[in-house]
Write a protein that binds this ligand. Sequence first.
Ligand SMILES: Cc1cc2nc3c(=O)[nH]c(=O)nc-3n(C[C@H](O)[C@H](O)[C@H](O)COP(=O)(O)OP(=O)(O)OC[C@H]3O[C@@H](n4cnc5c(N)ncnc54)[C@H](O)[C@@H]3O)c2cc1C
Length: 338
Amino acid sequence: MNIIKNFSLKQYNTFGIDVNAKEFAAFTSVDELTELLSSKSHTNTHNLVLGGGSNILFTKNIDGIVLKNELKGIELIKEDQHHFYVKAAAGENWHQFVLHCIKHNYAGLENLSLIPGNIGASPMQNIGAYGVEIKDVFEGLEALKKSDQSIHLFTTNDCEFGYRESVFKRKYKDEFVILNVIFRLNKIPVYNTSYGAIEQELEKMNVKDLSIQAISQAVINIRSSKLPDPNKIGNAGSFFKNPTIKTSAFKALEKVHKKMPHYIVDENNVKIPAAWLIEQCGWKGYKKGDAGVHKNQPLVLVNYGNANGKDIYDLSEEIVQSVKEKFKITLEREVNII
Ligand SMILES: Cc1cc2nc3c(=O)[nH]c(=O)nc-3n(C[C@H](O)[C@H](O)[C@H](O)COP(=O)(O)OP(=O)(O)OC[C@H]3O[C@@H](n4cnc5c(N)ncnc54)[C@H](O)[C@@H]3O)c2cc1C
């Protein structure tokens, strides 16, 4: 296996941050990964598994080895009366996998079209968009424990999925390499068009017969028009999570900020769009050097060219502080800070 020294990660993260990995290796099989992790020279070395680099902010050089996941393969492993069970290797591109499923009429992923990144990272933060999260279609995953290279199966319960959360981001942070994910997809589609502008887009597209193909295309159209393309402007999508606050705190804030948008989570909790909070603090379109806040999407921090990870991180910290001051709400970062 080819281990490259002093490797630039600029092309390997969608923020386009130029940091170096002390070592870099791409693995295409579980044997190669096991060999890398168990080799004498790497047992005590810090390692980082990398997918598409679309949910990462590098703030420093990596003093260790970056393991680029290149495991490939998509397989229909079983079906029953209502479902197809499809296994996808961690190194497969997420959107290409969604398109594969749509082509074969495996329903359930259409709302998650065009999310960047790879299969392996999708359970990490329980990716979600337009009213669907992967926990809704998740059947299980296989992961390799880095410390002893044993392989473990995780069910939905084991993953403890939450809003942009799982055990892999918390309890088992950096302990496992996800090898593949099994999805439980519907034979008869259950359409979910109520979220965001999907219905309006379908109307615009003049869709008469609803299908997973049409919903996927509507989502692609909306996302392409709304979100900055990382190939043009460095970014990692939403930088912050939408905060959930107590209903009592919301009621107090609502007295001052009468038009505060919100979603009721349950009788005790209310979710507030982080984008609105950031915009209210005057950050929309802000630019300092090459680090900035996108002009249309305040939730998206951007690298206009040569910002480094610290520039972006410091900007995110200023945003956190100003939102805290104005609303007494602490924003949490969605992006993995490395
Ligand atoms: C324009 C844009 C739009 C986005 N929109 C959305 C959206 O709508 N919804 C959403 O949920 N996310 C969104 N994201 C975030 C991102 O696409 C997802 O989080 C995606 O799943 C990240 O995949 P990745 O392969 O790029 O992960 P990476 O950035 O490579 O890795 C993310 C984390 O997972 C770890 N990791 C990666 N692969 C593995 C593995 N096989 N085993 C163990 N750990 C691993 C990494 O070490 C890192 O900590 C968006 C990003 C961009 C740039």
